[in-house]
Design a protein around this ligand. Structure first.
Ligand SMILES: [Zn+2]
Length: 302
């Protein structure tokens, strides 16, 4: 009797009652079947929501991945164009050096030395950057090393160029190329029949004649190292222009500058006269290179 009662199955009946019709749909389901069906539905919902969330995750990851790939490609492109920009700068620099007739390129020598990256390595890397959308972290790091080195080298090189140009400018400013006075050349540099001695003597300068009191101008930048009377020169001014150049102005009427004074090219330093061993108003103009008199006409502009 107890066994029978145990076996007795319980049922659930689902009924659908339409409002318009008299027919009633009913479904009788045994209790265990209902439990299994319920569990099955729960499992179905669970697994499908798991799949769905996984799919959303996948979608997000995929989108992030596309963005990362795009970013990577952008970086690679930017790296390549930066390398190329540096190469263009280097080319301009070479042209500048050629224009300035600068000899060695220290940075280039440094670049291949020290066992560091070579230009060939860099060229290979640039080819890699141009041919691929993505690069490895190692290549990326190497690329940055090159860029840093390039930036340093360019900077050093431009500093060197700047220094060179400054020196050239000051050398140019010191070169006595300007005429010290307007007038007529009455005696050139070289051997001549002296107006004071019977023998032929060496004339160490250029004589330019004009009226007494004509302004005499510094032919280049420099420092006055002497003013005063000196034998045959009469009243004399000596200017040191640096780089071995010095100029002398003889037979002056008077001087406007003093020893130690810095003068600029074109600055009036004194006036023409006929002091010392002179027969008429003129300037005796000398250029000396490392103390040796040279022909001023080799330096004077037309
Ligand atoms: Zn003279």
């Amino acid at each position: 009797m107890a066994k029978r009662r145990h076996r007795k199955t319980r049922y659930f009946t689902f009924m659908l009652v339409p409002h318009s019709e008299a027919t009633v749909f009913s479904l009788r389901i045994a209790y265990p079947v209902l439990i299994i069906a319920g569990l099955f539905i729960l499992a179905l919902i669970g697994s499908s929501s798991f799949v769905l969330t996984r799919h959303i995750d996948y979608d997000i990851t995929k989108r992030a991945n596309i963005q990362l790939t795009e970013k990577n490609a952008y970086f690679v492109q930017e790296l390549a164009s930066t390398h190329e920009a540096f190469q263009r700068v280097a080319k301009i620099e070479d042209e500048l050096r050629a224009m300035l007739k600068m000899k060695n390129k220290k940075s280039l020598l440094k670049f291949t030395g020290e066992g560091g990256p070579t230009l060939i390595d860099q060229a290979n890397l640039l080819r890699t950057l141009n041919n691929r959308a993505t690069i490895t972290p190692k290549e990326f790091a190497q690329s940055l090393v090159y860029l840093k080195k390039d930036a340093r080298d360019r900077m050093d090189s431009y500093r060197e160029l700047k220094k060179y140009i400054a020196t050239q400018r000051s050398l140019l400013a010191s070169r006595p190329t300007n005429w010290p006075v307007r007038g007529w050349i009455t005696s050139r540099f070289g051997m001549r029949n002296s107006p004071f001695f019977e023998s032929r003597t060496m004339h160490h300068g250029l004589d330019i004649a004009n009226e007494e009191g004509t302004s005499i101008k510094a032919p280049a930048d420099g420092v006055v190292t002497y003013t005063g009377w000196e034998g045959g020169y009469g009243k004399l001014i000596v200017i040191d222009h640096g780089y071995g150049f010095s100029t002398r102005f003889g037979h002056l009427q008077r001087h406007l500058v003093n020893i130690g004074q810095r003068v600029r090219r074109g600055q009036v330093i004194g006036f023409m006269g006929s002091t010392g061993r002179s027969t008429a108003s003129h300037l005796h103009y000398e250029i000396r290179v490392n103390g040796v008199p040279v022909d001023p006409q080799k330096y004077l502009k037309n």
